[in-house]
Structure formats: structure tokens, C-alpha cells
Design a protein around this ligand. Sequence first.
Ligand code: SF4
Ligand code: SF4
Length: 228
Amino acid sequence: HVKFIEQFGENRDGGRWLMMSDVCKHCVHAGCLEVCPTNAIIRTEFDTVVIQSDVCNGCRDCIAACPFGVIDINPLNNTAMKCTLCYDRMQSGLTPACAQACPTASIQFGPLSELRARADARVQQLTDGGEDRARLYGADDSILGGLNSFYLLVDEPEVYGLPANPQLPSQNAVPSAVLSTAGAAAMGVLGMVGLRKRRMDGFAAEARADAEARATATDDAGEEAPRA
Ligand code: SF4
Ligand code: SF4
């Protein structure tokens, strides 16, 4: 859904609304995908992140691992659920429903390079108009390797409920000094949804191999030792 944040001056003047679409960010380095013990969370052919409910056991590890709080439990079947960036629509060559329905094109969908160019131009337009806090959040690879849903902000990320310095739960974390520098520079109103084509195949394979190795280690540890 879309969050509205009201900002007013002391005399209730100069008010404005900040808006944030709190969809899944489809992170290039996705904590949810990294921790899922059943491989229910997959990287799709569009480099988006999707939960397969029929493979989910409802353990909720992914909820704790997501730095953006976008995963919830479906009370009907006790499995994890979140935005899929309309995986079914994309498989049919359609635009995700949020971007399709937005009447002001505040949410846009398309190839990353095109969206980034559009977003950069919008930041410049806002800056020229006197908004010196206009920045992009997640458009480059400084936040979790890049967010496939990235944002144009006009205030601190925390004002929108976005972490300035999100972290991965495991050894795949980017060095914190790099993230600190990037997070401090990120600010934000206009939401944009980007799509990175097949950038993450290598990372997804590594994450899957790590998960399988962990599962094997757990299985081995759980085996009863043969009796003499
Ligand atoms: S925003 Fe959360 S649920 Fe979405 S890919 Fe990133 S870590 Fe996973
Ligand atoms: S709740 Fe489901 S999707 Fe999330 S980590 Fe557990 S098994 Fe994986």
C-alpha cells in the first residue's frame, strides 16, 4: 500500500505530503532469500524476488531478515506473503498493476537505465526548484547491491520508514563503512520501480548454494550417531 506522511510548519503553513509505496524492493542482495530454509523464496527470470507459498513452512525467518518490513503472514494458510512485482502479469508481458494504475505516473516501471535517467532528471528539476534534499534511494548499488524498486526522496530515509543503512543478515553483507557512506547520502517523494535484467543470476546461484550447504549441515548435525 501507499503510506502518506504529513509535514507542516509550526503555524500549519507550508504543508506537504510525502508518499511512499512500501512494496518489496526486490533487493539485488536479498536478506529474505538468503535465510529461507526451504528455498521457498526464489530469484525469478526478471531478477525479482518471489515467495512460493506451497514451499513455505511459515517459519517467519524471512520477516526478521527483511530490513524493509514488507513480508507478512497470510492468515489463511500461515505462509509468508509479499509483493511479487506482479510476477504473473510480467510473465504475460504486462506492467505491474501499481505502475499501470497510478494516474500521475508517480510509480513507473521499465528498464533500469531508462528509469534511472528519468529519475536523475526529476532530481535535477527539483533541485533547480529549490529542493536541495532531493536524492535517489536504492538506484545505485550502494544499498544492498541495488533495489529493483527504487525511490526519489525529499527528506531523510527514516522519515519514510526506510532504513538509512540496511544490512544483510549474513556473510554476504557489504562492508558497513560502504553502506554507512551511501546511507547518509540518501534522502526522499516520487516512487519509481526499476527492473534490472539478469544482473543477479550469479548472486542467486551463490545464495542458493549457501542455503543448500546450511541445510546439509543442519541435516548432518541432526543425525543420530550409530551405536557401538
Ligand atoms: S525488500 Fe525484503 S522481502 Fe523484498 S527482496 Fe528485499 S529483503 Fe526480500
Ligand atoms: S516463512 Fe516461508 S518464505 Fe519465509 S523463511 Fe520461512 S519458509 Fe521461507
